[in-house]
Design a protein around this ligand. Structure first.
Ligand code: DBV
Length: 250
């Protein structure tokens, strides 16, 4: 059992208990990818597995799980709502590298600075956020340009101890996911043409930023090569632009 496997198992079981999950297609060759890294005694197999679902109101629920031994474990888990809902994105970036743990957990807003939007989708999360602050303090250095994509309830932390990940981070992950599904349950479709156009622009802004700045790009290129990596990023991890071009989503 690796560090983030329980997170993944719990999340999928929980989603299944509350939503009508259906499979989301994963391009062939991307469900499972393995490579050997390092030399001699330091050789290690790095395996990346992908998971994809959709559900009513949710265009894509997807996870990438990287397992490369004790000091390389990553779970990146994102939920992209349908374009006719004003729902935020659920975003979890759970990263363990030789340098330590790095945790990002948030309901990433479509409209960061809109007070009504904040009242609807950030304020209800603040009590959860506050309840973890003592054990999971602010993680410090953070790319300034990423700020517009995170809410005031952004849990960003670098736990020193693995037990903090197994306990507090796991609990926070479950609380955030539950709160997200509560939002989903309550969400009503947006009908207004102007509002729909604004949502689409916000989704594309987010998606382009994430695809362009994906912090895992370097790692994936080293393990699996450039071609595989770019196809994985644009064809699966952040695929909205492709899907719009194929006009599968309107
Ligand atoms: N991050 C991803 C995906 C990953 C992934 C799809 C599948 O978006 C992993 C894998 N994140 C990952 C790895 C690192 C980070 C770091 C491997 C370490 C990179 C390294 O140190 O080499 C939140 N993730 C980070 C960082 C941030 C985030 C802020 C620190 C990197 C830095 O300082 O530049 N999540 C990340 C982010 C957004 C988000 C920037 C933007 C909207 O949702």
């Amino acid at each position: 059992m690796t560090l983030y496997q329980p997170f993944l198992d719990d999340a999928i079981a929980y989603l299944q208990s509350r939503l009508e999950l259906m499979p989301y297609p994963i391009p062939s060759g991307f469900e499972y990818k393995s490579a050997i890294t390092g030399k001699g005694k330091n050789q290690e197999e790095v395996v990346t597995t992908s998971y994809g679902f959709c559900a009513p109101k949710l265009r894509q629920i997807r996870a990438a799980h990287v397992q490369g031994g004790k000091s390389l474990q990553v779970l990146n888990f994102v939920i992209f709502p349908d374009l006719n809902y004003d729902l935020p994105f659920f975003g979890a970036d759970l990263v363990t590298l030789p340098g330590g743990h790095l945790i990002a957990l948030d309901m990433q807003p479509l409209f960061r600075d809109d007070p009504d939007y904040q009242a609807k989708y950030s304020a209800p999360i603040l009590p959860i956020f506050e309840s973890y602050r003592q054990h999971l303090p602010w993680g410090g250095d953070f790319p300034e340009e990423a700020r517009p994509f995170f809410s005031p309830a952004f849990l960003w932390t670098r736990p020193k101890e693995t037990t903090d990940v197994e306990t507090h981070v796991f609990a926070a992950f479950k609380d955030y996911l539950k709160a997200y599904l509560d939002f989903v349950e309550q969400a009503e479709p947006v009908m207004d043409t102007q509002a729909l156009a604004t949502i689409k622009q916000a989704q594309l802004r987010y998606l382009r930023y994430r695809a362009e700045k994906d912090p895992a790009r370097g790692m994936f290129k080293r393990f699996y090569g450039e071609e595989w990596t770019e196809e994985y990023i644009h064809g699966f991890l952040f695929d909205l632009e492709r899907k719009l071009t194929e006009s599968v989503v309107s």
